[in-house]
Design a protein around this ligand. Structure first.
Ligand code: NOJ
Length: 560
């Protein structure tokens, strides 16, 4: 398998709106990011993935772009961006941008032209259809509740929007759309950025005829029904030929909703024909409702299932394609509240989760605040939500009486994307050191205890643990290239696996519960050469039995 620089790298995702406000308007900005580059350098990450910073009406926090070539005024200017980019490069940090090209904002000039009428020059830039029997052209639902179609009185047609109605889907079958997108990509790459994270890229090619999908919990076919359409790989290869292959050492990651083990190796083939790696969500949907598929539940992820899913990705992509590893991003609740324990064992479980993920094969992604063990927010009422997905989802559940109101509120609080979007907790001053003004979204009140300043002072903090996890990947090739093997698959409490590369071997052992237990390990690890990392100083190995305390995690290393 070909080797690439990004296989040894760790990515840090910045959600600019909530990272650091430098000018006191309550909204994070680019100069705020520049201020904090030293912090990221200290953590040891290699790449920043920047969520969208382009001009946008902000219906979906910047994932609705009205000008791909302009920086949104709230975030600063192009020259601020170029300063940030060159400062990052000086520190040896690369920067990849979010590429959101399944859809634009309805305020993008292409759409403003397209909606003028059936004969508009840009009509075919978007997906317009006549009504069928006086209704929507098919049964597809929007990701953010309701139908994926918006009726336009003026022309008597509907347009497709897999996300908000203000996010019309581009028509990738139109060669001019693709040409315009490729030229915009080259424009950014010529400014020196290091690659792209591609938003919902598995959705860009729609099946001709737009057939109905299988209806889900709210009566509509889920927005992912159209994933991996007939031309998606052809389009990505074309993008590769026209753009990506013309630049040196880029990194690209495709957000591939509904990715399957069959499709993944095409998107992220190590021959470099499409993208560097794939972001997939199977492990993140394990707490969806099993009958309806709805994500609005308060179920817990089953550890046996989690191991089965993550292991299948480790095994099936090995030697063929490249995984991304993540627990968090701006669309997911905080992992320590979801799979760990955000009370008594917050730090310990945050470190355990980090260990479990970072010892696998793939490129790890750390989402801002994860390195501090930041937790879910406490929302007091539905008015606290800012996210369109949470607001619409909650309303739909109530309107359609899918749950009783108390349960609906609890489920939306638990899964809301806003959990990840509360401001970064820098210190214990007012508003967590994020801003001097009223922040655009509430700060998690636990910033008084959980914040970067406090963790940087304390050597046993989650921050320094993550720093060590990142450093280990650079020191041990076995973490990057070793073959993965799951042990004890049916154990409902622990996650244990090995990685092997030549004579180098590691075993990663994690307790996902607050109960103590014993696990048996293969003989060869009984007398390890070293302990690579551990969140406990009480490791007890007796014969082949390892004793695990609550949320214990450790990694043993041996070489022949
Ligand atoms: C995926 C992004 O991660 C999410 O935040 C956004 O709402 C949708 N795509 C639409 O762009």
């Amino acid at each position: 398998m070909k080797k690439y620089w990004w296989q040894k790298s760790v990515v840090y995702q910045i959600y600019p709106k909530s990272f650091k406000d430098s000018n006191g308007d309550g909204i994070g900005d680019i100069n705020g990011i520049t201020e904090k580059l030293e912090y990221l350098k200290k953590l040891g990450i290699d790449v920043i993935w920047l969520s969208p910073i382009y001009e946008s009406p902000d219906v979906d926090n910047g994932y609705d772009i009205s000008d791909y070539r302009k920086i949104r005024a709230d975030y600063g200017t192009m020259s601020d961006f170029l300063v940030m980019l060159s400062r990052a490069h000086e520190l040896g940090i690369k920067v990849i941008m979010d590429l959101v090209v399944n859809h634009t904002s309805d305020q993008h000039p292409w759409f403003l032209e397209s909606e003028k009428g059936r004969d508009s020059a840009k009509r075919d830039y978007y997906i317009w259809k006549d009504p069928v029997n006086g209704k929507e052209p098919n049964n597809w639902g929007s990701c953010f509740a309701g139908p994926a179609w918006q009726y336009d009185e003026n022309s008597g047609q509907y347009y497709l929007h897999l996300f908000a109605r203000e996010q019309p889907d581009l028509n990738w079958d139109n060669a001019n759309v693709r040409k315009d997108i490729y030229s915009m990509m080259r424009w950014w790459l010529d400014k020196g950025i290091d690659g792209f994270r591609m938003d919902v890229i598995s959705l860009i090619s729609k099946e001709p005829g737009l057939p109905d999908g299988k209806a889900g919990f709210n009566g509509y076919a889920p927005f992912t029904s159209c994933a991996h359409g007939p031309h998606v790989h052809e389009f990505l290869r074309e993008m590769n030929d026209e753009v990506l292959s013309k630049y040196n050492k880029l990194m690209t990651v495709g957000e591939c909703c509904a990715a399957t083990l069959e499709e993944a190796p095409k998107y992220a083939n190590s021959d470099g024909s499409e993208l560097s790696m794939i972001f997939q969500f199977q492990h993140m949907s394990l707490d969806n409702d099993p009958e309806t598929g709805s994500k609005w539940t308060i179920r817990k992820i089953n550890i046996v299932e989690l191991k089965r899913v993550l292991s299948s990705w480790q095994e099936k992509l090995y030697g063929k394609a490249w995984n991304s590893l993540f627990w968090n991003n701006h669309d997911q609740p905080r992992i320590v509240s979801r799979l760990g324990n955000d009370g008594k064992y917050r730090e310990k479980s945050a470190k355990m989760l980090g260990t479990c993920l970072h010892m696998m094969q793939g490129t790890p992604y750390i989402y801002q605040g994860e390195e501090l063990g930041m937790t879910n927010m406490r929302f007091d009422s539905p008015e606290d939500f800012r996210d369109i997905d949470s607001i619409n989802g909650y309303r739909e559940i109530l309107d359609k009486k899918l749950m009783e109101p108390g349960e609906a509120f609890r489920a939306v609080c638990y899964k809301s994307r806003d959990n990840a979007r509360t401001p970064m907790q820098w210190d214990n001053s007012e508003n967590s050191g994020f801003t001097t003004a009223a922040p655009w979204i509430g700060v998690n009140p636990n910033y008084l205890e959980i914040n970067a300043e406090e963790e940087l002072k304390r050597k046993d903090s989650v921050f320094y643990y993550y720093q060590k996890l990142i450093a280990l990947r650079k020191q041990y090739e076995v973490i990057v290239y070793g073959k993965y093997q799951l042990l004890d698959p049916e154990n409902p409490d622990t996650y244990m696996y090995t990685r092997t590369l030549g004579d180098e071997k590691i075993i990663c052992i994690c307790n996902f519960t607050e109960k103590s237990c014993n696990v048996s390990i293969p003989d060869e690890y009984v007398r390890p050469s070293k302990i690579l990392i551990s969140n406990t100083d009480q490791i007890q190995i007796e014969k082949d039995l390892v004793h695990l305390g609550p949320y214990d995690a450790f990694v043993l290393y041996r070489s022949e």
